[in-house]
Write a protein that binds this ligand. Structure first.
Ligand code: ZN
Length: 441
């Protein structure tokens, strides 16, 4: 590959995340990697002739959106609504999903979503893929992540009678970013199917990602086999193992553990309805949560126990979820809501903003197993992924200012050393220079 000339990006503040904020900071990008991070005034002589792109505001690592479904970007009308709970929303969602007759529309929808995510500063995405037509959108926008191939609505009998073979065939299709495996949720798949999916993931050294504790009704299914959770499946509802045997007599986290999903290579979306024992169990297992507060609010769910996760020492991540349940794919809007929920829940420590910014960057990278490759932080040798937020810091701590005012303020997104979004000249994500977008380049 032809080397790209080194370039300096400077901002009022640089937040490397893994180290202290730098006032009047700068980042050197050379050959698509970060070559140096520090104060612009200390720029080493070897880059003194490199062009400097000066920006107002705060420069951070590219954000990590740790839970979304970009293929549902076309369902934005659903995410603009208000619901009385998960079940009411899921009926509306199912109707919209069944009404899609052109599978090609998933590709368009996913691409539109990827562009929106990039415009909000995200450069790494945990993308759940239900329909394979949606694969490829991240690479198309020059960003990366993991495409978690989803299995949903399977009882063991049907799984073994063809569905399993269909699923395994998906793993062999051409991929533009690494694939992961998403057993949708422990309520929508028999436990035996989930165990099998986790074994398939382990065989392929693939990450796993699933929904857990999103509905208040899940517990009644795992404990006693109550089937309201499964009403959207019609007649299939009564063939689920948990319904047939009257539940597992376990709460949500204990049941999830019994079917093998609480492992360090998996992360959980939502994790609202987990009590202290459940949270402690997932922490002991090394399984992270990705909180999606705006999606939870749209569905009329309770807030996740944000303050508890933080004060109990969890490394958390943040996701937008999809436009089918959220007003936008701007991750910083979820960070702002997490901060206000944590304060309402009594979190009083001064590190709240730093910890939430870490969740939206390094925490997400860890949840996806990408931190070892330098994602989620600004470090020499790491991937040249960064975002700039044009905000006024004034005399507030910079992290607090960014959490409060970051949403809607992303003016620059760089991924793989290439500008993917620039508010100054309105460069569209895909038009900014297509590259392979894979992690292995
Ligand atoms: Zn989801």
């Amino acid at each position: 590959m032809r080397p790209v000339a080194a370039r300096v990006f400077a901002a009022d503040w640089v937040l490397p995340i893994a180290s202290a904020p730098i006032r009047a900071g700068a980042v050197v990008i050379d050959a698509r990697r970060i070559a140096w991070v520090g104060q612009l005034a200390q720029l080493p002589a070897r880059w003194s002739t490199a062009p400097v792109d000066r920006r107002t505001g705060v420069l951070t690592p590219g954000l990590v959106n740790a839970h979304t479904h970009l293929q549902y970007t076309g369902f934005a009308h659903l995410g603009q609504g208000k619901y009385s709970g998960f079940e009411q929303w899921s009926f509306a969602f199912e109707a919209a999903y069944r009404a899609v007759t052109d599978p090609g529309s998933w590709a368009e929808s996913a691409l539109a979503g990827a562009r929106q995510a990039v415009a909000g500063g995200s450069t790494v995405v945990a993308e759940v893929i239900t329909n394979d037509q949606a694969r490829g959108a991240l690479a198309e926008c020059g960003v990366t992540g993991i495409e978690y191939l989803e299995a949903i609505g399977q009882v063991e009998e049907r799984w073994l009678d063809g569905s399993r073979a269909d699923f395994v065939a998906r793993l062999g299709r051409p991929a533009t970013v690494p694939f992961g495996i998403s057993p949708h949720a422990p309520y929508s798949l028999d436990g035996a199917v989930i165990k099998d999916l986790m074994a398939i993931a382990a065989d392929h050294q693939a990450r796993a990602h699933l929904h857990l504790g999103e509905s208040a009704l899940e517990l009644s299914l795992y404990q006693r086999g109550e089937r309201h959770m499964l009403d959207i499946y019609g007649d299939l509802r009564d063939r689920f193992d948990l319904v047939r045997r009257g539940g597992a007599g376990q709460d949500t986290a204990a049941y999830a553990d019994s079917i093998g999903v609480l492992v360090p290579t998996a992360h959980l979306a939502h994790a609202i309805y987990l009590d202290r024992a459940g949270r402690d169990l997932i922490k002991r297992r090394g399984t992270q949560v990705a909180l999606c507060p705006r999606s939870n609010a749209v569905l009329g769910l309770g807030p996740a126990p944000v303050a508890a996760y933080l004060s109990e020492g969890h490394e958390i991540a943040v996701g937008t979820d999809s436009l089918a349940s959220s007003p936008s794919l701007d991750l910083m809007a979820d960070v702002a809501l997490l901060a206000s929920i944590a304060r309402e829940q009594g979190y009083r420590y001064g590190d709240l903003a730093q910890r939430l910014l870490r969740a939206a960057t390094l925490g997400g990278a860890k949840a996806m197993g990408l931190d070892g490759r330098g994602y989620g932080t600004l470090v020499p040798g790491g991937p040249a992924d960064l975002a700039v937020f044009d905000i006024e810091v004034a005399d507030q701590p910079v992290a607090d200012a960014l959490v409060a005012r970051g949403q809607g303020s992303c003016t620059l997104t760089i991924a793989g050393g290439v500008i993917r979004h620039d508010a100054a000249d309105d460069v569209s994500a895909a038009g900014a220079g297509r590259t392979d977008g894979t992690l292995g380049d």
